[in-house]
Design a protein around this ligand. Structure first.
Ligand code: ADP
Ligand code: ZN
Ligand code: MG
Length: 481
């Protein structure tokens, strides 16, 4: 067999930090990003003898929502299990997790990638607590327990993925779904989403999976893509030499962009799972599931369809708008109060608005701009109350919290002068000041009208309706010739 007879098989284990205020089994804050080390700990999450866990029901609801958003079946009875292993950042010596009774099972989602749609099956979604963090500093190893006990949803896919690019697309879509549903920011840079890809090679047409390796704890989309690519390459070379791939656990070295072997893979027996004696089994009522389902926000896929159907946006335009839920919601509100102008709203959002937000380092969901104010600004341009440049300036002022559009226009005296008499006065003044240009115009160099128009615009400090200026200019120049 040659290498091209093989295809890559990839399954993912993804840890997502659920957006709760407090940790999974204690009242400590779960807002760990940037908190000084060991400031968010208590006897429970630092593993003191005799400290007892109490369950945060909010985390359970978010885990159910996560499972629902991935079309999982929700278990009516689940349980907590101790997963024992020794690691310095795990003070209890075990992690409270869910072994054979996860909250959600048998989910799926349809991934669009490279023009085809593939159903990626979700094996399970379970809830567990995070461990702490080891920090290596010179010859010292330091432990920060802020993360210990933070609630994580672990999402495990079936080995349905086939390429690093498809993995990248999957994680991008998954992150989007999680953000839409509001269960997690899922920001990999902040450690709120981590991924462990499992990789193997299989001869085309075969049905049995080959031995797999697992790459631990990757924390950016780019790194996942690079590490999976490197692992496929590594396994391919092994197979090419006629050898067998060993089941090992790998790490990714960011500084050298290479994989390194961590350890031989544990079997699940090594963890010595057994039911957690300090917590009751967990019953999930069908009423709770039904109410969570009923209140679930629209998923990106549904929003995409609505944008295409109700507002006639193109596939490409939709991609830009659905990126974040708050952008989609902003667009839908604005386009709904401005019937027939969806395209205009789209252009304003993706043009001047995105530009100003980038310049100001703002996010739309944290800015005082409402869909109504944006529509007000656009309609004032359409009715010639202000010109487009002024409108962008007004938009900036609104983003800076300086007030509502109309208020800013009145205060700054920014209305376009559309009064013909005043424009005529200014045109006459400019023509009087520039007899040479007028002569040139009359001798046939008609393009000079653009320069003259510019002079009038400047003289009126950009506040006059440029169309009207042009009209008046033409009229006077023609009349007098
Ligand atoms: P463990 O917990 O020991 O890692 P699991 O059975 O939970 O084992 O599998 C973890 C992940 O490995 C899943 O995402 C699954 O899809 C993936 N996986 C299993 N077998 C293979 C394989 N042969 N090739 C690639 N991925 C695999
Ligand atoms: Zn605590
Ligand atoms: Mg694993």
């Amino acid at each position: 067999m040659t290498v091209s007879d093989y295809q890559a098989i990839i399954g993912l284990e993804i840890h997502v930090q659920l957006d709760t205020k407090s940790k999974l089994f204690c009242p400590c804050s779960a807002d760990v990003f940037q908190a000084p080390p060991n400031t968010l700990t208590c006897p429970v999450c630092s593993g003191q003898p005799g400290a007892l866990p109490t369950l945060n029901s909010c985390a359970v609801e978010l885990a159910i929502l996560t499972a629902l958003s991935l079309n999982c079946e929700i278990s009516s009875t689940t349980r907590w299990d101790r997963k024992s292993y020794f690691y310095p950042d795990l003070p209890k010596g075990y992690q409270i997790s869910q072994s054979d009774l996860p909250i959600g099972i048998s989910g799926w989602f349809d991934l669009e990638h490279n023009g085809s749609i593939d159903r990626i099956h979700i094996q399970r979604v379970h809830l567990e607590e995070d461990a702490g963090k080891s920090i290596h500093h010179g010859n010292h190893a330091l432990i920060d327990l802020n993360r210990a006990g933070v609630p994580l949803a672990e999402i495990v896919t079936e080995p349905d993925l086939r390429s690093p690019e498809q993995v990248y697309a999957f994680l991008t879509e998954l992150r989007q779904i999680l953000r839409y549903v509001g269960v997690s920011e899922a920001e990999m840079e902040k450690g709120a989403m981590r991924c462990e890809p499992n990789v193997s090679l299989m001869p085309h047409g075969a049905h049995e999976l080959g031995p797999r390796t697992e790459i631990k704890n990757l924390n950016s989309l780019r790194v996942v893509r690079k590490a999976v690519t490197a692992e496929i390459q590594r396994q391919t070379e092994i197979v090419q030499r006629g050898n067998q791939v060993e089941s090992i656990t790998l790490g990714w070295d960011e500084s050298t962009n290479t994989l390194f072997e961590q350890r031989k893979k544990e079997t699940s027996d090594d963890y010595r799972y057994f039911p957690e004696p300090d917590l009751l089994p967990l019953s999930i009522s069908s009423a709770l599931v039904a109410s969570l389902k009923a209140n679930m926000p629209a998923l990106p896929q549904q929003v995409k369809q609505k944008l295409i159907k109700d507002f006639s946006l193109s596939e490409k335009e939709v991609q830009v708008i659905v990126k974040e839920r708050y952008i989609a919601e902003f667009f839908i509100s604005a386009a709904s109060i401005f019937p027939g102008k969806a395209k205009k709203v789209y252009n304003w959002i993706t043009g001047p608005l995105f530009h100003q937000l980038r310049q100001q380092g703002l996010e739309l969901d944290q800015s005082p701009l409402t869909p109504q104010s944006l529509v007000d600004i656009i309609s004032m341009v359409e009715t010639n109350v202000i010109n487009p440049q002024t409108a962008e300036n007004v938009l900036l002022q609104v983003l800076k919290g300086k007030g509502a559009p109309l208020q800013i226009i009145e205060q700054g005296d920014l209305r376009l002068v559309s009064d013909r008499a005043s424009i005529t006065n200014n045109v006459v003044a400019v023509l009087d000041e520039n007899p040479e240009q007028v002569t040139k115009y009359r001798q046939g160099k008609t393009t000079i009208i653009n320069w003259l128009q510019g002079q009038v615009v400047a003289r009126m400090r950009g506040k006059a309706d440029p169309h009207l200026i042009r009209q008046v200019l033409m009229q006077i120049l023609e009349d007098e010739s």
